[in-house]
Design a protein around this ligand. Structure first.
Ligand SMILES: [Zn+2]
Length: 334
């Protein structure tokens, strides 16, 4: 029997509202549509095909599991890829994953909490396959470290991507993070390294759903910006409109965004002081607002104990597919 070369990998990025599943091909080619991936046999990864489905919590866990299983099978069939050619399936999930049991320990999408989705998916598939389950912010951080901001920083500093250290920070509906030290993602013995959104930013601040007060997420997320605006001015505005208002010179919006940037600078300075990273890369909806980066590096530098020139702050360099790519990249190396 001919042994097929395992040169394909599947990435699945499960979000609170949508789930993306992509098939990637591994090779040693370098073309404009390939991304660097460290692997003992391959050096690049390229998307072959992919699809998004809703993460419908109301329909229930079993229905979602069946939907993802069917999606994996149909993507392989549509692209004529045999399951024996799969190196593995990497799954990014919105929560903390126990490294021993792969059970999701906590997270906002409650149907996954207490379940080992990765193991359940592999059991539901009509073939066996290696797999890995990772925190979604860690997947973003890895993809950016290898092929996005890491690649850019590597070119500027002539330091190989795998020797760089970074933090990937998601500034979206919530705030999450992934820490990459010398090309390796730090997960921690309990899977919760990089849960920076629930570090304290404001003493005695607002209540967070995690049970603490003043968490960074409550101030640096899109929902946090909306809450701060409403509390200060008594009426509601979408966070994107607060940003566009600030750019247009609206004083109320500008006040909120100026405060936001100061809070973000203190938050980033803490990360730089603790981890001494080469760069911080920002993802998530709020990170698309260029106004947050104005003067940010200087502010972080003035608040940091480390050398001001020792770090950079980047906007994400990979499209919103960094999560699914990072899941695929991680399963290549486990
Ligand atoms: Zn919290």
């Amino acid at each position: 029997m001919n042994q097929r070369i395992q040169s394909y990998v599947i990435g699945i990025d499960i979000g609170g509202t949508k789930t993306e599943c992509c098939v990637f091909e591994l090779s040693n080619e370098s073309t404009p549509d390939t991304f660097f991936v460290p692997h003992k046999r391959f050096s690049s990864i390229k998307k072959v095909c992919g699809m998004r489905i809703p993460t419908d919590e109301a329909a229930g866990y079993d229905t979602f599991l069946e939907g993802v299983s069917n999606l994996v099978v149909s993507l392989l069939n549509d692209s004529s890829i045999h399951s024996d050619s799969l190196l593995g399936i990497g799954i990014g999930m919105p929560g903390t994953i126990c490294p021993k049991t792969l059970v999701m320990l906590n997270g906002n999408t409650k149907m996954f909490v207490g379940n080992a989705f990765g193991s359940d998916l592999i059991s539901a598939l009509p073939f066996s396959c290696d797999f890995g389950v990772y925190n979604d912010a860690n997947c973003f951080a890895i993809a950016e470290a290898y092929s996005g901001a890491g690649h850019l920083h590597s070119k500027h500093t002539s330091t190989p991507e795998l020797e760089l250290s970074s933090v990937g920070v998601i500034l979206g509906t919530g705030v999450g993070g992934g820490i990459v030290l010398g090309g390796k993602c730090l997960t921690g013995p309990h899977g919760s390294a990089g849960e920076i959104g629930h570090t304290s930013l404001v003493t005695g601040g607002v209540d967070c759903y995690c049970g603490r007060k003043g968490c960074a997420e409550s101030y640096l997320s899109g929902t946090g910006i909306q809450r701060i605006f409403k509390e200060r001015y008594g009426y509601s505005k979408e966070s994107v409109n607060i940003f566009s208002g600030a750019i247009a010179g609206d004083v109320d919006c500008l006040n909120v965004i100026t405060q936001y940037r100061e809070d973000l600078a203190r938050f980033f300075a803490n990360l730089v002081n603790i981890l001494d990273v080469d760069f911080i890369v920002c993802g998530g909806g709020v990170s698309n607002q260029d106004i947050i980066y104005e003067g940010l590096e200087e502010m972080v530098g003035s608040l940091s104990f480390v050398d001001k020139k020792s770090f950079k702050i980047y906007k994400h360099q990979i499209s919103d597919s960094a999560g699914v790519m990072g899941a695929a990249m991680q399963v290549c190396n486990q």
